[in-house]
Design a protein around this ligand. Structure first.
Ligand SMILES: [Zn+2]
Length: 69
């Protein structure tokens, strides 16, 4: 049983509620797959680009002290 009620046809891309397309009889899969993977394969690369962890990166972070003055 599919977790999501809304199904999307893999053949004609029609939406429906059954795992068989009502339009063309093709196989339908749960619509709306996750747009972003929780396992971000490029996270390491992006951290390197932003130089996360360096003193420069830390000094650029917003801090509550900036708002008090
Ligand atoms: Zn279809």
């Amino acid at each position: 049983m599919a977790r999501s009620a809304l199904q999307k046809c893999t053949v004609c891309a029609a939406y429906g509620l059954s795992e068989t397309c009502g339009d063309c009889g093709g196989m339908a899969q749960a619509a709306g797959p996750m747009r972003f993977s929780p396992e971000d394969a490029r996270a390491d690369l992006r951290r390197k680009l932003k130089q996360v962890g360096t003193k420069e990166w830390v000094s650029n972070l917003p801090s509550p002290e900036d708002e008090e003055e």
